[in-house]
Design a protein around this ligand. Structure first.
Ligand code: COA
Length: 160
């Protein structure tokens, strides 16, 4: 069974530096927000990505939040979750200077491994229509593109 404490995976990166994939912790929050801003990742600072909301979610067993650290710097993130039926990949980002070196693949693979160990057999990701690069990345990661699904939501506030 997946245990949230103490996970760390090291991998050689570009033959020179180590990439460490480890669990996200709240001490990372400020650096994470800087990373998301710097990498132009759309997120919800007043909604579900608020510090208190992430802190709340992190306590739940289904929060599979990982970061990539390179040379002591937060270089990437992924927020995996599951609802018991389906796994989800959210907030996948790698800082521009570390892109195209396999770090997103490492982050997604880690979430997939945990979800698989939990018996989850389908993993999904929602990608905004403008983000063609990200669509290509997910195709490289063997995700199937569905063009026949329209996303519906109901929100308490527009920016949650
Ligand atoms: C999407 C993103 C996380 C990819 O990170 P990355 O570390 O550069 O990706 P990887 O190096 O692990 O590449 C994974 C695969 O996708 C391919 N790939 C990476 N970037 C690509 C691009 N812009 N266009 C096409 N393919 C790309 C890689 O070649 C690799 O395929 P391969 O292993 O078969 O050779 C990064 O570009 C990013 O942070 N973008 C901005 C934020 C964003 O859009 N996030 C996704 C929201 S849904």
């Amino acid at each position: 069974m997946y245990k949230k404490l103490g996970y760390e995976m090291k991998s050689q990166y570009n033959n020179s530096s180590d990439v460490v994939i480890r669990e996200f912790c709240m001490e990372d929050y400020d650096s994470l927000i800087k990373l998301w801003d710097y990498s132009n990742l759309p997120y919800k600072p007043k909604g579900r990505d608020r510090r208190d909301r992430i802190g709340y979610e992190l306590k739940e067993a289904n929060a599979l939040f990982f970061v990539a650290v390179v040379e002591g710097k937060l270089a990437g993130s992924v927020f995996g979750t599951h609802d018991g039926r389906k796994g989800w990949i959210n907030r996948l980002v790698v800082a521009p200077e570390f892109q195209r070196r396999g770090i997103a693949r490492m982050l997604v693979t880690r979430v997939e491994e945990v979800l698989s160990a939990l018996g989850i057999e389908i993993i999904a990701c929602l990608i905004e229509g403008w983000n063609g690069d990200s669509m290509q990345v997910f195709e490289r990661l063997e995700y199937k593109r569905h063009t026949d699904i329209v996303y519906f939501t109901k929100r308490k506030e527009p920016d949650v």
